[in-house]
Design a protein around this ligand. Sequence first.
Ligand SMILES: NC(=O)c1ccc[n+]([C@@H]2O[C@H](COP(=O)([O-])OP(=O)(O)OC[C@H]3O[C@@H](n4cnc5c(N)ncnc54)[C@H](O)[C@@H]3O)[C@@H](O)[C@H]2O)c1
Ligand SMILES: [Zn+2]
Length: 284
Amino acid sequence: MARGRTTAPRDMVLGHEISGEVIEKGDDVEFINVGDLVSVPFNVACGRCRNCKERHTDVCLNVNPTRPGGAYGYVDLGGWTGGQANYVMVPYADFNLLKFPDKDQAMKKILDLTCLTDILPTGYHGAVSAGVGTGSTVYIAGAGPVGLAAAGASQLLGAACIIVGDLNKERLTHAKRFGFETIDLSVDAPIPDQLHQIVGVPEVDAAIDCVGFEAHGSCGEAQPAVVLNTAMDVTRAGGAIGIPGSMLGRTLGRPRKPPSTAISPCVLVSAGQNRSRSTPVRHP
Ligand SMILES: NC(=O)c1ccc[n+]([C@@H]2O[C@H](COP(=O)([O-])OP(=O)(O)OC[C@H]3O[C@@H](n4cnc5c(N)ncnc54)[C@H](O)[C@@H]3O)[C@@H](O)[C@H]2O)c1
Ligand SMILES: [Zn+2]
């Protein structure tokens, strides 16, 4: 969106990693109070439609007039104002807000807790979608924040070997510090061969795409579909692939309408307007 690859208008307020203090609440809000310190999950959801009740808040039916799913500060996801602002309006606050029970304790860790709104659950969801469990071998493409969150989640889920691939050496060094195996994709060696050297076979039980459509090849050239294709190559028969990375339909060769809509296959987003139930939140 920031690089002009989507239909995002020039002055759009971006950002959906929102945590803050409630400074005002709508008449219908029952369980959230002024002064509460809260995390704001980036999906906007009503909590009462069929999809929300079935835990698919990513495709809520009531928060985006153009299609299911909404999010703060995200193109084509309902027009909800993003979190790069002093104040944010949160609809359906009782459902959408996650209140930290001990405000003082939470403030001591507020920078870590901010990861709850997006990056941490995104990585975790990617690992769960890829079927990561006890003893799994996992290949994670991308050593950015989502990739590291997916790696950490895989560890929590009991994976035996977690391998993170990227072209960025500094990020790989960072990943290694946490005890993950790494693959340097700028090296001219096929990924299955590099996996073979680590786990003894050229494949893994689970792969997670934490790159999306901005993927690059080993020489640094743009190759939007390369990570998905690699994931399919290296995942064993019967394994699974999690795809939190964002996709643009047209960049993968499949035109969509509108053609520049951004989609996130693992965790979708949606948006809606119900000001009577809204709760503004101030960033700490
Ligand atoms: N589904 C969701 O809800 C959700 C939430 C947050 C982020 N995302 C998406 O997840 C993706 C990752 O987010 P991020 O913040 O970690 O991004 P990032 O740009 O910080 O990291 C991506 C990393 O991928 C690396 N990379 C590029 N080509 C590669 C390749 N072929 N193989 C392996 N690595 C490669 C880059 O060098 C970079 O380090 C983005 O597409 C983002 O939009 C989705
Ligand atoms: Zn809903």
